[in-house]
Design a protein around this ligand. Structure first.
Ligand code: 3PG
Length: 396
């Protein structure tokens, strides 16, 4: 039976074809929304989405669901906690749409400075106002603060340097792959910046980061751009900062953004002349979408041919294991069963296990991450098998 893939979002036709060529049973339903997914998932093995929400109900109804791919960067539209409980892999396509987001950030920067959207609206309404629109600062020599210097932030930096801007970055800190909260220098960075652009993921650490304190640090009349996630900005504090400090803002993301691709929209920002809002289009260029789609197909191909999940985001970063046992052995049936029997009899939980075979298929090496320590007596018993070559046991 063929593996069933559901692509529940816009996706380039050429890459749907490439999936079909992998001998997969592909359903392409770009109009499915959050509430349609629970009824469309029952026999699906692999689900591909962009911003469509994958909620706990979809995950519960996905009896065969094994892999969810976010055809994009941010995975905050997927209920990862629910996926973790059912052992469903979640993967994304990091970096593939970075250039598109950086291009939009630069576009918004120039739009804010030259008031391009207002120029156009006035022209369409038959109004000529060169007097007002001639007043702009220009980007050359301005100080830009990039908040979050990951793949997108770096692309913004390259482009801003080409515009002769003074570029500063505030990175988020990571320790062994885990993000920690460190926004300690914002009090020094923000007061210097003429323009601030946010490129952070939505995490518990970044939620509400741009609050009253941050807006207090910002210069009056400065520009703020957010093409990342709406969660990062406290919108009430932003409205106050706009009023009190004349901060001007361009947002590609905001609270209450519609899930549908077309329809009506209502937001408190609509009546605010200091705010430009675009339609969450950061990643929406053909270049970015092709590159995301290519990566999605690659993830599916790797998974279906070798079981390896590229860009697997919900793998435990640090397991609770405290001990490592490495057993080198002859690659024969029953050797590992002998070792695992001893571990089971002593009620030790194996957190992770990997068995790798040496060239020629004679010897193999099995590495296990364990919750409790293996006693010398147990190691003695393991060594009783003539097929065990060596055993090492260390605290990790
Ligand atoms: C992303 O996280 O990749 C962007 O927000 C793009 O979202 P989209 O795929 O809905 O355009």
């Amino acid at each position: 039976m063929k593996i069933k893939v559901l692509v529940a979002d816009k996706f380039p036709d050429e890459y749907i074809k490439q999936m079909e060529e992998l001998n997969l049973d592909v359903t392409f339903s770009p109009k499915l929304g959050e509430n349609d997914l629970p009824n469309s998932i029952s026999d699906i093995d692999i689900l591909v989405v962009r911003s469509t929400k994958v909620n706990a109900q979809t995950i519960a109804n996905g009896k065969n669901l094994n892999l969810i791919i976010r055809a994009g960067a941010g995975v905050n539209n997927i209920d990862i906690k629910a996926a973790n409980q059912k052992g469903i892999y979640v993967a994304n396509c990091p970096g593939m749409n970075s250039v598109a987001v950086a291009e939009l950030a630069m576009g918004l920067m120039i739009s804010l400075d030259r008031k391009i959207p207002d120029n156009v609206i006035d022209f369409r309404n038959g109004k000529w106002n060169k007097a007002t629109y001639s007043k702009a600062e220009g980007l050359k020599g301005k100080t830009l603060g990039i908040i979050g210097v990951g793949a997108i932030g770096k692309e913004v930096a390259k482009r801003a340097l080409a515009f002769d801007m003074k570029v500063y970055g505030k990175d988020i800190s990571r320790i062994e792959g885990v993000m920690i909260k460190d926004f300690s220098e914002m009090n020094q960075l923000l007061p210097m910046c003429d323009i601030v652009t946010i490129h952070l993921p939505a995490t518990p650490e970044t939620k509400g980061l741009f609050n009253k304190t941050m807006f207090d640090y910002m210069k009056p009349n400065s520009l703020l751009i957010n093409t990342s996630r709406q969660d990062i900005i406290d919108e009430e504090a932003l409205l106050k900062a706009i009023e009190e400090k004349n901060i001007r803002v361009a947002l590609d993301v905001f609270k209450g953004e519609p899930e549908e691709k077309t329809g009506s929209v209502s937001s408190k920002f609509q009546s605010n002349p200091n705010v430009y809002v675009t339609h969450h289009i950061g990643a929406s260029t053909a270049q970015a979408q092709n590159s995301v789609a290519e990566e999605t197909v690659r993830i599916i191909k790797d998974y279906t041919t070798s079981g390896v999940i590229a860009h697997w985001v919900n793998r435990a970063k640090i397991s609770d294991a405290k001990y490592q046992l490495v057993v080198k052995h002859f690659d024969k049936p029953g050797v590992l069963a002998h070792i695992l029997d001893i571990i089971r009899d002593n009620k030790i939980n194996v957190e992770e296990i990997e068995n790798i075979v040496f060239e020629g298929g004679i010897a193999a090496c099995c590495t296990m991450k364990l919750m409790s320590s293996v006693s010398p007596d147990m190691i003695k018993k393991m060594n009783e098998s003539p097929d065990v070559l060596s055993i090492s046991h260390v605290v990790i």
